[in-house]
Design a protein around this ligand. Structure first.
Ligand SMILES: [Zn+2]
Length: 204
């Protein structure tokens, strides 16, 4: 079970856990989230018998920490309202509900303009706030702009870190194969479409 090296394995609660052993690391054990996996750093000399116990301990601690810092649905909706007020035109469509979902593995966010709901993937827990803000802005703009056209991007780019956040999300190895359910818009697929068409949204 205990193998040194960066072997990812699946943890029942968090998904993939990658264990890295470092020769430079002598006593300290730490863990952080990297995209959709948890990386646990262990000293190279840690006895294999202790590995599983430490992984469990660190994953549990990380989850407790995330539960403290991750906003709930109420805070998420509040945040969306603040972002809209700050970056989007005053007459922008406002969401009726914004919520986290654990059922979106291939998309960071989605929105249903018909009932003005926005869902944000649980996989975004642990990303920097400015990245989460970008996903919220993206979905907020979709409430009134279904297509990823010029008008859409000009609104999204009112948020100054939009391009940087897109780069951050691409770096997480985002897969966009999953089709969106009918009536839903999602931006993962749009990114994939842009790529396949060899077209980039203008940066500015
Ligand atoms: Zn989109």
């Amino acid at each position: 079970m205990a193998q040194p090296g960066g072997d990812p394995r699946v943890h029942p609660a968090t998904g993939a856990v990658e264990i890295r052993r470092s020769a430079r690391r002598r006593r300290t054990v730490s863990a952080y989230r990297n995209g959709d996996r948890v990386v646990v750093l262990l000293p190279a000399r840690l006895a294999p018998a202790d590995e599983q116990r430490w992984v469990e301990t660190m994953v549990t601690r990380l989850q407790q920490r995330e539960a403290r810092v991750r906003p709930g649905d109420t805070e998420l909706a509040q945040r969306a309202g603040e972002l809209s007020g700050r970056w989007l035109p005053p007459d922008s469509a406002q969401p009726v509900a914004v919520s986290w979902t654990s059922r979106q593995n291939a998309r960071w966010g989605s929105c249903t303009p018909a009932d003005r709901t926005i869902r944000i993937s649980d996989r975004l827990r642990g990303v920097p706030t400015w990245v989460l803000d970008y996903v919220l802005i993206h979905e907020l703009v979709h409430l009134s702009e279904p297509a990823h056209d010029e008008r859409f991007w000009s609104l999204v780019r009112r948020y100054p870190r939009a391009e940087r956040a897109r780069g951050f999300l691409e770096g997480l190895g985002f897969a966009a194969e999953e089709p969106a359910p009918a009536g839903q818009l999602d931006f993962g697929q749009a990114v994939a479409r842009q790529r396949s068409q060899g077209r980039q949204a203008p940066v500015g």
